[in-house]
Design a protein around this ligand. Structure first.
Ligand code: F0G
Length: 351
C-alpha cells in the first residue's frame, strides 16, 4: 500500500498544473467517508459524512490551498493574503510557511474561533483584526492585492475552487457513483461551487453516471442567498459562515438551479442540536458551521422533503477542536473525586 499523495498528485490530470509544477502539499484530501448510522435511521436513507476536519489543518480549505500556494510559488510570489473567518487563514498560514512565503491574514475582530487564531499565529502569519465583518475583510484584501505585491488566496482565486472540486471526485471514487443528494454548509459559497464543478466534470467524461442534487444551508442570521439580498450585519454562532455577501453567490445559485437543488437556512439552535448529535451519536466532532449541513438535512426530513431510499453525502467541513467552546458551554463541570474506587463508582452511577 502506498500513502495518499495529496489532491494535486492524486488528480493531477484534472487540475491546472503542468508536468514540471513543483507542488506544495501537506498530503491533504483522502478524507474519510463515514457511514452515519443515526442520520440514516432518521431519514430512511443511506447517509455518509465526508469528514473534512481530517485534513492537515483541520478543514476542507487545504484542498484549495495546496493549489493556491503551489500556483503562487510558481508565479514567484513572495507574499500571499487572505480574508478569513478562520479556516482559510489557518490553511494559508500553514502552506505559505511551508513554501517560504509571507502570509498576511485579515480576520473580523473578535469573531474567529481561538483554535484558528492559534493556528495562524503558530504557522507564522501576520494577522490584522479588521474592525468589521468578513465581507469587509474581503474588500480590504482585494484592495491590497490590487495595489501591492501580494497574491490573493481567497476562493475568488479560481485555482482554489479547482483544488476543492477534488472532494467530489473522492466521493464518487469511494461510492462508485455520484450520490443522489449532496448537502453542504454555505458561507462564501466557494465550496458548493467547487463540488458542483467536480460532479459535473466526472459526469461529463463518464467517470460517474449522474450528478447529485446540491443542497446548501446558510445560518439564519447570515442567509443572504435565501433572502435574495446581502445581509449587512450577519450574525450566527457558526462564525465560519458568518458572511453577508458571498463572493461566489451566482455560482452557488447556478449549482442549486442546474442540479435541481435548494439553498435554505438553519437556525443556530438547529445547528447546535446537529453538532451535539454528530458528536454524541456518530462519534464525529465538527465545528458548529460544519453541522449546518446535517442540521439542514434533519430539518428537511422533518418537513418531508427527503424521500427515503436515497444515497446522501453531507460534508462536515471543519474539525470540532478548532472551536471547542461550544462543546464545553452548557455542559456540567466534571465532578472531582478522591482516589477511591467506591466513590468514583458511585459518582459514575455504577454502584
Ligand atoms: N464550513 C467551514 C468550517 C468554513 O470554514 C467555511 C468557510 C464554510 C463552511 C463555508 O464554505 O465559504 O466555501 O461556502 N470559511 C471561510 C474561511 C469563509 O475564511 O475560512 P464556503
Amino acid at each position: 500500500t502506498r500513502q495518499w499523495r495529496g489532491v494535486i498528485e492524486e488528480y493531477r490530470d484534472r487540475l491546472p498544473v503542468g508536468p514540471d509544477t513543483e507542488v506544495v502539499t501537506l498530503r491533504e484530501g483522502g478524507t474519510p467517508l463515514v457511514p452515519a448510522q443515526v442520520l440514516s435511521e432518521r431519514t430512511g436513507c443511506e447517509v455518509h459524512l465526508k469528514v473534512e476536519g481530517a485534513n492537515p489543518t483541520g478543514s476542507f480549505k487545504d484542498r484549495g490551498m495546496t493549489m493556491a500556494i503551489t500556483r503562487a510559488k510558481e508565479e514567484g510570489a513572495q507574499a500571499v493574503i487572505c480574508a478569513s473567518t478562520g479556516n482559510t487563514s489557518a490553511s494559508a498560514a500553514a502552506y505559505a510557511g511551508r513554501a517560504g512565503m509571507v502570509c498576511a491574514v485579515l480576520v473580523p475582530k473578535g469573531k474567529i474561533a481561538l483554535g484558528k487564531m492559534g493556528q495562524a499565529l503558530v504557522h507564522g502569519a501576520k494577522i490584522l483584526q479588521v474592525d468589521g465583518n468578513f465581507d469587509d475583510c474581503l474588500t480590504l484584501a482585494r484592495g491590497l492585492a490590487d495595489k501591492y505585491p501580494v497574491s490573493l488566496v481567497n476562493s475568488v482565486n479560481p485555482v482554489r475552487i479547482e483544488g476543492q472540486k477534488t472532494a467530489a471526485f473522492e466521493v464518487v471514487d469511494m461510492l462508485g457513483d455520484a450520490p443522489d443528494l449532496h448537502v453542504l454548509p454555505v458561507g462564501n459559497a466557494g465550496n458548493i461551487t467547487a463540488y458542483w464543478r467536480g460532479y459535473q466534470e466526472y459526469a461529463a467524461d463518464g467517470s460517474s453516471s449522474r450528478r447529485p442534487r446540491m443542497w446548501g444551508f446558510q445560518a439564519s442570521g447570515s442567509a443572504p442567498i435565501v433572502r435574495g439580498e446581502p445581509v449587512k450585519d450577519p450574525q450566527t454562532i457558526a462564525t465560519a459562515i458568518r458572511i453577508g455577501n458571498p463572493a461566489s453567490w451566482e455560482f452557488a445559485e447556478r449549482a442549486r438551479d442546474e442540479s435541481g437543488g435548494r439553498i435554505d437556512e438553519v437556525t443556530d439552535r438547529q445547528i447546535l442540536s446537529a453538532y451535539r448529535l454528530l458528536a454524541s451519536r456518530e462519534g464525529v466532532f465538527v465545528e458548529p458551521a460544519s453541522a449546518a449541513s446535517v442540521a439542514g438535512l434533519l430539518k428537511s426530513a422533518e418537513l418531508g422533503l427527503v424521500d427515503p431510499g436515497q444515497r446522501i453525502v453531507c460534508t462536515v467541513t471543519g474539525n470540532g477542536l478548532k472551536d471547542p467552546d461550544w462543546a464545553v458551554a452548557g455542559a456540567p463541570q466534571p465532578v472531582v473525586v478522591p482516589v477511591d474506587a467506591d466513590v468514583a463508582a458511585e459518582r459514575l452511577g455504577l454502584a
